[in-house]
Design a protein. Structure first.
Length: 708
């Protein structure tokens, strides 16, 4: 029960909301299903809150399990006290539990364990008690000299006892917490060159110093990468090295201690040898975890925006995967994504068959009625763009004015081309040609095509290769799942890759659905899903509402209405048979009339008013172009429209239709303070920018979105 109370308080929710949500999760319900079809139980919590709640629940359950484990381990040693048990129970984070357990954790052989083996722990206890015995320290220590244990002198005895006390100080949870807080408040991260950096990638970090508390996430990851590549040496320093030792002395040395000098030496050793390296590791790890969480969050939000780009429907698309030596791979697909023809052209060096390439493209445009050319943004992209512009101009001179082009982010196309899925979909094509098909299809339905690629390969992140790959995969997988279920999936056309992201459907069940579809000629109703092998009632409940059948036996199968609500939907339709009546219907009245929940009724009405609705259609379409700009055409002060290609912590990259994307630094996004660029723009947004500066030598374009 205390988990429910804790989460409710942290999230600002009612305890009944949290309790119901946890019960739904524990019963095996997926987040998309709970968010869409269990609104009454959760109080209409959205997916974002549900995911955060699920993560927090997992953490707190892990914390509770670790607390129980630590209590058991200490109890087995016969050292569990009521005070320890209370402290463990009161811990709110795993770090606190580990700090408490640290003195009891089995250790490898250390200087302290060696000293204990020599019988010096009683001497250490005596020094720790700090009671004046009326004799000198040397005389006290002389009592522990034992040649058989290799304690040859009083100095040896004191050194061994000091090792025991240094470890005791380093393991003390109160001291660790105090020094961790001190280092966080006053520590600085400092970096210096440690190796060659011929490309100058880490130039700004060659002589770098910044307070820990102010270090932005992207700099943390940059420093980590530089250190990993052995280009940088990175460490945490304190302006006053004596301050942490003084803090230890304040906690350890009694006012009337007879041995303050000795304890000061021990405190110095404890800090320098044990505490400082350990706390530096902990804080660096904590900083890294925060930076990784931020990087993953940015990647996730970028990925969501990319996946939800509006489809460009109704076009026969000619996709071009550009290249120099091996040529440009060309693929034509019809408006449904079916492959019509492929070709390879060689307009660029070394072959330079420009005219022949133009003729091939013109013939394909004429043969299939191509109205849109999609060009990948990789090597030779801008040179190929010029080819398309000349083709469009030539055809316009002959009266064909409906041909446009756009640049497509081709990240991950090569990964898809070599995948087993691509081999299944396009078995007759060479690997090099499959990328052109993927580029063409991305325009027609970004979501359906991009789900075929590992999200990490889609290229809209920042330092994605430097973060925890398991967490990254889990988060990005959740984003894809969320997008797929938000849009809905055509049951009779979706690929296994797309189906596998539908709530409750595993990759194997997705393949079984496609096999069933092939054998039986397509689904006529959602209910028919129950005939698919390994798709039982529990899976059906989770997935059915997200699957659409556009021409089936049941009209409601083409809506977001869940089969469990069909009876209610039919009653509403019977009472409000035309659209005008339905639009004026009051959800509260209908809910009261039929004893249903208002959120469910509201969603049913919305689905009945717009059956088969694609929520992406409400977003602005991408910019279709007929001409091309070059870097040389840009001038400071010029105002342009561009498409946001990527969003990172420090700014936004905008495609202007020239060779290089421009950067709008975070300080140039708005006249108002901007905490993060994602608060202002998302990938795919069409924005108006002004050119601030062009660095031709470094191929950099500085932009602003400020109006003044």
């Amino acid at each position: 029960m205390h988990l429910i109370t804790t989460i409710a308080k942290e999230f600002g929710l009612s305890e009944w909301q949290v309790a119901n949500t946890i019960e739904l999760f524990d019963s095996g319900n997926t987040i998309p299903f709970v968010a869409r079809y269990r609104k009454e139980q959760t109080g209409e919590l959205d997916e974002e809150v549900l995911r955060r709640l699920q993560e927090r629940l997992s953490y707190l359950r892990t914390l509770e399990a670790r607390k129980q484990e630590v209590v058991r381990l200490i109890e087995e040693q016969g050292k569990l006290t009521p005070e320890l048990q209370t402290a463990i129970a009161a811990a709110t984070i795993l770090q606190q539990v580990e700090d408490i357990y640290r003195p009891f954790r089995p250790k490898r052989r250390t200087r302290a364990t060696v000293a204990k083996e020599k019988g010096l722990e009683p001497l250490a206890d005596l020094l720790w008690a700090q009671q004046d015995r009326g004799i000198s320290l040397a005389e006290i220590a002389q009592q522990y000299v034992d040649a058989t244990k290799e304690v040859m002198t009083a100095a040896d005895a004191l050194a061994g006892a000091g090792d025991i006390l240094a470890e005791r100080i380093a393991d003390d949870p109160v001291i660790r917490q105090r020094l961790r807080a001190l280092t966080w408040q006053k520590g600085e991260i400092v970096s210096a060159p440690a190796g060659e950096d011929p490309q100058g990638v880490y130039r700004m970090y060659a002589e770098f110093r910044e307070p820990l508390r102010k270090l932005p996430p992207h700099r943390i990851l940059a420093l980590n990468r530089g250190e990993k590549e052995e280009v940088l040496k990175v460490q945490i320093v304190l302006a006053d090295p004596a301050e942490p030792v003084n803090a230890i002395m304040h906690l350890v040395v009694k006012p009337d201690s007879p041995w303050p000098e000795l304890l000061a030496e021990i405190a110095q050793d404890a800090y320098k040898r044990l505490l400082a390296p350990s706390i530096e590791r902990e804080l660096r790890n904590e900083l890294t975890e925060r930076a990784e969480a931020q990087a993953i969050e940015v990647f996730a939000r970028n990925l969501r925006a990319l996946l939800l780009q509006p489809p460009v429907k109704g076009h026969v698309v000619l996709g071009i995967d550009p290249g120099f030596r091996t040529g440009c791979k060309v693929a034509v697909v019809n408006p449904y994504g079916d492959l019509l023809e492929v070709a390879t052209i060689y307009p660029h060096p070394p072959q330079k068959q420009w005219d022949a390439a133009q003729e091939t493209l013109a013939a394909l445009v004429a043969k299939y009625g191509v109205s849109l050319i999609a060009i990948g943004n990789g090597t030779a992209s801008r040179e190929t763009e010029q080819l398309a512009v000349e083709l469009i101009a030539a055809l316009a001179g002959k009266g064909q004015t409906n041909l446009h082009y756009l640049i497509v982010n081709e990240a991950g196309a090569s990964v898809y081309s070599a995948s087993s899925l691509a081999r299944e979909e396009l078995p007759e094509l060479d690997v090099s040609l499959r990328g052109a098909v993927s580029i063409a299809r991305r325009v027609q339905d970004p979501l359906a095509e991009l789900v075929k690629i590992d999200p990490k390969s889609i290229g809209v992140g920042q330092y994605q290769h430097d973060v925890n790959q398991t967490k990254l995969a889990q988060t990005l997988g959740g984003v894809v799942e969320s997008c797929v279920n938000y849009v809905g999936v055509d049951l009779n056309t979706a690929s296994p890759a797309l189906l596998s992201y539908v709530a409750g459907i595993t990759p194997q069940v997705a393949k079984n659905i496609v096999v069933y579809r092939q054998e039986h000629g397509g689904f006529r109703s959602r209910a028919e899903l129950l005939k698919v092998p390994r798709l039982g009632p529990a899976t059906f409940q989770q997935c059915a509402g997200f699957l659409r059948i556009s021409d089936g036996e049941e009209p409601l199968d083409n809506t977001a209405v869940h089969p469990e609500s069909y009876e209610l939907a039919r009653k509403i339709l019977a009472d409000y048979p035309d659209k005008a009546l339905l639009e004026t219907a009051t959800p509260a009245e209908i809910a009261a009339k039929y004893g249903a929940g208002q959120p469910t009724v509201r969603d049913i009405i919305a689905s009945l008013l717009k059956p088969g609705r694609d929520p992406r259609a409400e977003l602005p379409p991408p910019i279709l172009r007929k001409d091309v700009l070059s870097l040389a055409d840009l001038k400071p002060g010029m105002e342009l429209k561009g498409t946001v290609r990527n969003v990172v912590d420090f700014g936004v990259f905008v495609d202007l239709g020239v060779e290089q994307d421009g950067l709008v630094h975070i300080s140039q996004l708005s006249e108002k303070y901007v905490k993060h660029p994602l608060d202002v723009v998302s990938i795919g947004d069409v924005v108006t920018v002004r050119v601030l500066d062009i660095d031709h030598q470094r191929q950099r374009i500085a932009l602003t979105m400020k109006t003044t």
